[in-house]
Each structure stands twice: as C-alpha cells, then as structure tokens.
Design a protein around this ligand. Structure first.
Ligand code: KG4
Ligand code: ZN
Length: 335
C-alpha cells in the first residue's frame, strides 16, 4: 500500500503526517499561534514566515515519528486551498520540492476535505453520504460529502461574515479574555448560566438561507449587552449565553441538513468542534434524530498534516490523477 506524506500550511499551523492505507503512522505540528496573540488574530505575513522556518523540520519530525525513510514515500499531498495565500504557497513549494526530489506524484488537497477525511484515521471509512459541519477560526461551513476521492464537495452553506471560532475569539477579547478565546470561553462558561441572557440566533428566520451563518451580528449583540450593563460584568453568564447561542445555531442547521439531504451521519470537525457545549448539544440532537455523530479527537480536529495525508491516501488509492508542478494556491476557490 502506498505511503503518503501530507503537508498543511493554510493558516497558522505547520503540519506534516504520514498515512498508509487509512492508518496514521506519525505526524508533527508547529504553530505560530503565540506570535499572532497580541494582534488578536492570524497575521498572514507572520504565518507565512513561520511556515518557511518550520516546514522542513516538521516534515523531518513526522518522518521520524512514523519510523519510515524518505525513500519509502510514494506520494506527496499538500493543501492547495482554501487558506491564506502566502501561507498556502509555502506548503505548496515544499510539497513540490519533496515530490520532485523523491520522484513521486504530487496531489493538491482541499483543506476542508482534509478536515473531513481525518476522521477516517480514527473511525474507519465514511459512509457514502454524510453531512460535515466544519467549524474553526477560519471557516464555518455545512458540506455534503460523497466519496472524498472522487466527488466534489457540495457547500450547502457558509458564514457570510465571521467564522464561529472568530466569534469566540472576538467575544473573548471584548470580555478581556486572552486569545485564542474559544478554549477560555469554554472553560469560563462552565460556571455560567446559558439561559441568563437571550442572545440572538442569527440567520434562523424562515426567510434566511437554511444553512447560512452570520456570527458578526451575535458578536455585536454581546458587545451591546456588555456596553449597556451596569455594575460588575457577569463574565461567566455572558460566556455561557453566547456559547449557547453558537451551539444552538450550529447544531440546529447541521441536523436540518442531515434531514433534508438524507444523511444519517454528521461529521463535526474544526477547532470549535472541541467546544464542550457544541459537542453535548450535537450529541443530544443527533441521538434524538437517529443520526450518527462522528467527531475526531481534539488533536485531529484542528489543522494538522495527518488530515492532508488522509485525503492523499484516499485519492491515491482511488487512482485519481496527480497534479503537476504548475499546481497553484487556490486561496478561496472551491477545488
Ligand atoms: O481548527 P483550528 O485550530 O484552526 C483554524 O481556524 O483552521 O480552529 C481554531 C479556532 C479558534 O478560533 C479557537 O478559538 C477555536 O477554534 N476553538 C474553540 C475551542 N477550542 C478552539 N472554540 C470554542 N471552544 C473551544 N473549546
Ligand atoms: Zn482548518
């Protein structure tokens, strides 16, 4: 069975992983998240420079962790988009260099296909049809997935403004909490009342796009509430109520997509899938609807190289055509 090297550099994580026949042999990850912290979000130039420095050692570490040799690698898979253009370019250049040096084929991978395919490494093959809720700092999408190696990804809906993770980060900032805000809000919300404040569930009206999201309005609603509040801020209640609004909106729409598209499996991935309330509500609603919920372990939920190798593995085994060295970054394209 072919051995695939996967490389991911679309945002602020530099990842490499080695996969053979649906099995993750080893991976390595570096993050520039700390360098972005003081800006409150990812700065593309800083991310690209960090990838440049990290990509070679990270690939080496992944190869060592997998206990393989470079000469054993049969194909290189690399994220071609969507993502930050300069960051994607660094991974592409590295992927091309490895493919050329090793004399093996190169495959451009859709980053979102990677988020979905990574689950195969832990829970086995995906069903022929499933809905994926991809919720991270960069994306909030509901996708309809068929065969990841052959079928195009169908975008049922995306956010029209902020991603869910971005909303967590921005709300944390306005509550005076550190970046990245998601894990901090998750922790603080445990001591709060999710019903304390009735924040809006944006884009859930009868005329709204059924699978669209808008989180910037929710963030503004939190900001207004905080501005108007007198006396000590009940931070835990604000965090819990905001988190409840996000979890409710995400899971409601994801389950609607399952029902309307005849999918009996929901895949939930991305940094926000690590959120304890999002997970609990998804479990509760999936159980009630008879839908199987699949969530990769938190380590694989966020950006990593294993997920790109996982797509490469499916694509190579399906006999799909390789890319050539003209493969370019497709920052916003649906590949
Ligand atoms: O998938 P990821 O590591 O990177 C990309 O954006 O692609 O996602 C990072 C995002 C950040 O916005 C972070 O605040 C959020 O995921 N996040 C969480 C939690 N852990 C990470 N949001 C809510 N609850 C969490 N436990
Ligand atoms: Zn991602």
């Amino acid at each position: 069975m072919p051995l695939i090297l996967g490389i991911e550099t679309s945002c602020d994580e530099t990842g490499a992983g080695l996969v053979r026949d649906g099995v993750l042999l080893g991976d390595a990850l570096a993050s520039s998240v700390d360098e972005h912290a003081r800006f409150g979000g990812v700065v593309p130039e800083i991310a690209a420079r960090a990838h440049l420095e990290a990509v070679r050692p990270i690939v080496q570490r992944a190869v060592d962790a997998a206990g393989v040799r470079f000469a054993d690698i049969d194909a290189v898979a690399v994220t071609a988009g969507p993502g930050l253009a300069t960051a994607v370019q660094v991974g592409l250049a590295a992927g091309k260099a490895y493919a050329l040096a090793l004399g093996v084929p190169l495959y451009g991978v859709h980053h979102l296909a990677g988020h979905a395919a990574v689950d195969v490494l832990e829970h086995g093959p995906l069903p022929a049809r499933c809905v994926a809720l991809i919720v991270s700092g960069g994306h909030t999408s509901i996708l309809l997935l068929g065969d990841l190696a052959r079928d195009p990804i169908v975008h049922l809906g995306d956010t029209v403004d902020d991603a869910a993770g971005e909303a967590f980060d921005k709300v944390a900032r306005l509550l005076g909490l550190p970046y990245p805000g998601g894990p901090v809000i998750d922790r603080i919300a445990r001591d709060g009342d999710p019903a304390a404040i009735d924040f809006p569930r944006p884009m859930t009206g009868p005329k709204d796009p059924p699978y669209g999201f808008s989180f910037s309005g929710l963030k503004t609603a939190v900001a207004r509430w905080v501005e108007r509040h007198e006396g000590p801020l009940p931070v835990a209640d604000v965090a819990a109520s905001f988190q409840e609004a996000v979890a409710d909106t995400l899971t409601r729409k994801a389950l609607r997509a399952c029902a309307e598209h005849g999918a009996d499996t929901l895949l939930m991935v991305g940094g926000v899938a690590a959120n304890s309330r999002v997970r609990a509500l998804a479990e509760e609603r999936c159980r009630a609807a008879g839908v199987t919920l699949r969530v990769p372990s938190i380590r694989l939920c966020t950006d990593n190289g294993a997920m790109i190798a996982a797509v490469g593995d499916l694509v190579v085994r399906a006999g799909a055509p390789a890319a050539d060295l003209s493969l370019g970054a497709q920052p916003s394209a649906v590949l």
